[in-house]
Design a protein around this ligand. Sequence first.
Ligand code: SF4
Length: 82
Amino acid sequence: MDIRQCRRCLLYETADKAAYESVQNYIASIPEAERADESVYRSRLSVCKECDMLISGMCRKCGCYVEVRAFVAGSDCPGGRW
Ligand code: SF4
């Protein structure tokens, strides 16, 4: 399987464990005050999972890993979906 072409996959679902760990380390560095509530985070990711713009954890609209973008409280979807 080409891990770069996993449609509607979040990063943790791909075989790219190095990228996943890097993203998790980055998320852990985000201050508590800047983080979205867990329920908001999960809701955002569930929307991304249904979006054709999601390829291997990355949003094709903005180039972000959605597991990071959705984690930040003040963030939004570049496609207006959340
Ligand atoms: S366009 Fe929005 S919903 Fe779709 S993957 Fe990007 S951030 Fe997620």
